[in-house]
Design a protein around this ligand. Structure first.
Ligand code: SAH
Ligand code: SF4
Length: 393
């Protein structure tokens, strides 16, 4: 791939209602769910209550079958069954790493596949979810960036990954029982395949559903969205989603960042830092995570470390150092461990937390940046993407 590849928002979103098909309720906001119930004959006066009931069955108890919704009349359940479905991505496979990491392959409409990774840790369980099939951006160190086929996931397909993982982990409470507060799946990171801010509305709706107190009920502080730096959407992330933000920074000069994260040619380091300085936070503890992939002899010098801390001065931040995860044909190498530690030390002494991310699930290619679905039918050529790029804003 080339670092000069175009930056494009080349995506399509499949309609929620397939022609002649049933409407999938998963992924609809509460308002949209209410509307769709009314459109299919639920009396307006009852719609709010019905929305709440159905919502709870789907997102609190994990029920997929209308027949199990026992607080609704049989006749109403039959109506629901006729018009609607509760569909989430299908789990095609689940690979388990020696370290307990689980990598799922999820099949979505159109036969596309996306990867989802569950990472158990002592004090939390993090699910790394995808927002797109592939990615239109072409960061030169990222395996997903080499995948040509791209489509936006729907909100249902995004929150559906969380539901799929909860199925696998057996984490839905019995209907009527109290919510279990010790969670196997306690955190979500939007760090799988795709650029979440190029699929803003669907990501927002999906995360709103995951945060809803009468459902999956994850706190906004347990959700982290990672972006390569889609500047115009960053402020909206705080305002409309309210989750934590991570930024794929990876370089300290525009020259190097242009090569690693080509979106930098559109919004350079200065512009990106400008918007991050303004990022609204409800409290000072909500730091921005700067992700920094450690590439041997590319961005890992002492000088880089010093430049980095100078650049981000004034931004409440932590620096997450990610040892590069190799993939077949990757053009980079991981920095030596001693180099990573030295870099971390400089950053730490300048007053920033600088954890080194332990690679997880490497044996099953589940580590950051290693994801790439093998289904590439209906590929798009680079030329096609370039053509469309000229049309995009
Ligand atoms: N598109 C978003 C989110 C997905 S990538 C983004 O770029 O932020 C999640 C993180 O993994 C990003 O910080 C990305 O730069 C990093 N990453 C990608 N490829 C990697 C690799 N091979 N090794 C280590 N980290 C990688
Ligand atoms: Fe896309 Fe993120 Fe990979 Fe870049 S690092 S190609 S933005 S998924």
């Amino acid at each position: 791939m080339s670092a000069d590849a175009p930056i494009t928002q080349d995506v399509m979103t499949i309609p929620r209602k397939l022609p002649e098909g049933k409407v999938n309720l998963v992924g609809l906001t509460r308002d949209a769910l209410r509307e769709v119930l009314i459109a299919h004959g639920t009396p307006e006066k009852q719609a709010k209550m019905r929305t709440g009931q159905i919502w709870q069955w789907i997102y609190q108890w994990g029920v997929r079958d209308f027949d199990a919704m026992t607080n609704l009349s049989k006749a109403y359940r039959a109506e629901l069954k006729e018009n609607f479905e509760i569909r989430i991505p299908e789990m095609v496979s689940c690979q388990v790493s020696a370290d307990g990491t689980r990598k799922y392959l999820a099949r979505i409409a159109g036969g596309h596949e996306v990867e989802v990774v569950y990472i158990p840790e002592a004090d939390r369980g993090t699910l790394c979810i995808s927002s797109q099939v592939g990615c239109t951006l072409t960061c030169s160190f990222c395996h997903t960036g080499t995948q040509k086929l791209v489509r936006n996931l729907t909100a249902g397909e995004i929150v559906g990954q969380v539901m799929m993982a909860r199925d696998d982990l057996g984490e839905w409470p019995e209907p009527g029982t109290r919510k279990d507060e010790t969670r196997l799946l306690s955190n979500i990171v939007l760090m799988g395949m795709g650029e979440p801010l190029y699929n803003f509305e669907n990501v927002r709706d999906a995360m709103k559903i995951a945060m809803d107190g009468e459902g999956i009920s994850l706190s906004r502080r347990r959700i982290t969205l990672s972006t390569s730096g889609v500047v115009p959407e960053i402020a909206k992330t705080a305002e409309e989603i309210g989750c934590l933000l991570a930024v794929s920074f990876h370089a300290t000069t525009d020259e190097v960042r242009n090569k690693l994260v080509p979106i930098n040619k559109r919004w350079n380091i200065e512009t990106l830092l400008g918007v991050l300085r303004e990022y609204p936070r409800l409290s000072n503890s909500e730091r921005i995570t700067f992700e920094y992939v450690m590439l041997k002899d590319v961005n890992d010098s002492d000088e880089d470390a010093r430049r980095l801390v100078n650049l981000i001065k004034g931004i409440p931040a932590k620096i997450n150092l990610i040892p590069f995860n190799e993939w077949p044909g990757a053009p980079y190498e991981r920095s030596d461990w001693s180099r990573i530690e030295r870099f971390a030390d400089i950053v730490y002494k300048a007053g920033y937390a600088s954890p080194i991310r332990t690679p997880r699930g490497e044996d099953i290619m589940a580590a950051c940046g290693q994801l790439k679905s093998t289904t590439e039918r209906a590929r798009k050529s680079r030329r096609e993407i370039a053509e469309e790029a000229k049309l995009s804003p």
